[in-house]
Design a protein around this ligand. Structure first.
Ligand code: GAP
Length: 464
């Protein structure tokens, strides 16, 4: 399985999905850049999520709030207090720093610790836990994950603010604006996609845990007594979303978060987990946040954020919130892992040995970064190249396309399979006479001749 991780990282770099950030300067800890195919995949994930939330569901509107917000927001939300902090330990000998829960998980894989992390001494003695270098760990300290910055030219206490660690706070601070401008009636939701930042102690596992990432969050405002019903509804909806995009059932599960591990704002939480090469890990959180956010922002700002069922004018009660929160980068990683397949002996005729492996990235058609690749059968026949470029020009305004003339046709099919391209369109000698092309389907490898004039319509039909 670790092998799969290496293969995904290597494919990502080699084929333009994900590059290490600032690579020419030796990289910059845990930051990544999304390359030409990575950005298409990322945009597709965001588009599919946005459509799912705002088109397939009723009563969900969108928002794009700013990353920088008043620091008062983070005081009210509880993020500046101990609530949004991890336990940091440091080795007395080599001074390596790590998250205490990660140290425990590494030392005893699969073991569930009933001892609270703060029972550090008891755990160290009982389990004889030491750093890899043999050194002892210092007592853990709380480490707040907020990314601090300054606004304006003076770097003093008054100009301190934070990069948002979750996107949803902009939704709560705009609750009244949205109610009033859109005349929303409870229950309703607000969806948002945007960057979030956390000063993670130990970012790791490629793009799984990074300090800068993107979230797709939806906050569902409802009557307090209906929140358990909506919690279950959204849990089911979100799991079905992954399944509808081809994630295999056996690689997905929902895990109830134990009471002592709940985030500071949640009354109940479920992690949707994916079976990554490095184990089952969270890709999305479903949270019942109760009235934690609206009541705290009301208290700290002095604004009445209650909902009045008759007028919506701010009297009445604080709605409860069911939140669905997924990382774009983390879900992209899960989609890549799930789509990655190796075919022994090869699918195409170019594979010479039975042991040779051909890679197929079987991404859902809505997610595949490139929908069609246009390939002249050979590149040394100017009339074929000319025709293929005409076909490419015809398709390009309609969907993401590539033109590729380098290498044998079999090798070019393999290259496209490796990045999940849905259709390979080959321009051959018959194309010159009959004005048609062969269209090869990525999954079935079946080839069909289609008239060039019908290509856009035919491909669009298949993409629906
Ligand atoms: N607003 C609630 C919230 O932020 P969370 O469980 O802390 O909840 C939600 O985060 C999702 O955001 C996670 O399931 C994950 O997909 C993504 N995420 C959180 N921290 C991340 C990190 N350091 N790197 C990448 N993605 C992260």
């Amino acid at each position: 399985m670790v092998d799969l991780m290496e293969k995904i990282v290597s494919l990502s770099k080699r084929r333009g999905f994900v590059f290490p950030s600032s690579e020419i300067y030796g990289g910059f800890g845990s930051c990544y850049d999304f390359g030409p195919l990575g950005v298409e995949l990322k945009n597709n994930i965001k588009k599919v999520w946005w459509n799912e939330m705002t088109k397939r569901h009723d009563d969900i509107v969108g928002l794009d709030a700013s990353i920088l917000m008043s620091p008062k927001v983070w005081k009210a939300s509880g993020h500046l207090t101990a609530g949004f902090a991890d336990e940091l330990v440091e080795c007395k000998k080599c001074h390596k720093r790590d998250r205490w829960d990660f140290v425990l998980a590494r030392a005893f894989p699969g073991k569930v610790f009933i001892d609270k992390p703060e029972n550090f001494k008891k755990q160290v003695i009982k389990y004889e836990i030491k750093c890899d270098c043999g050194g002892e760990w210092m007592e853990p300290k709380k480490f707040n994950l907020m990314m601090k910055t300054f606004v304006g030219p003076v770097e003093d206490e008054a100009s301190v603010t934070y990069l948002r660690p979750e996107t949803c706070q902009g939704i709560y601070t705009n609750f009244k604006n949205i109610l009033q401008t859109m005349r929303m009636k409870i229950p309703f939701g607000v969806a948002q996609i945007g960057k979030a930042f956390r000063n993670e102690i130990n970012p790791k596992d490629f793009i799984y845990r990074t300090r800068e990432f993107e979230q797709m969050e939806m906050q569902w405002f409802c009557e307090p007594k209906t929140s358990p019903k909506f919690f279950n509804y959204w849990k089911k909806e979100r799991i079905n979303w992954y399944l509808s995009l081809g994630i295999r059932k056996q690689n997905l599960r929902a895990k109830e978060v134990p009471k002592n591990e709940l985030p500071h704002y949640a009354k109940r939480a479920i992690d949707i987990e994916y079976k990554f090469p490095f184990g089952w890990k969270e890709i999305e959180g479903i949270h019942n946040r109760g009235d934690w956010d609206l009541s705290n922002h009301s208290k700290h700002s002095g604004e009445d954020l209650k909902y009045d069922p008759s007028t919506g004018s701010g009297q009445g009660y604080f709605p409860h919130v069911i939140e669905t929160s997924v990382g774009v980068d983390r879900s992209l990683f899960a989609f890549l892992c799930d789509a990655y397949q190796e075919v022994k002996g090869g699918r195409t005729k170019t594979t010479k040995s039975a042991k040779e492996l051909e890679v197929l990235l079987k991404l859902d058609k809505s997610l595949a970064p490139v929908k069609a690749a246009v390939l002249p059968l050979v590149k040394n026949k100017p009339e074929l190249v000319k025709k293929a470029k005409q076909v490419y020009k015809l398709l390009k305004p309609n969907f993401v396309c590539l033109y590729d003339e380098t290498g044998s046709i079999g090798r070019r099919y393999r290259r496209q399979d490796e990045t999940g391209t849905l259709f390979c369109i080959t321009v051959d000698f018959d194309s010159l006479k009959k004005d048609d092309v062969t269209v090869r389907n990525r999954d079935t490898m079946k080839q069909k001749r289609i008239k060039i004039k019908d290509l856009v319509e035919e491909i669009n039909k298949k993409l629906k």
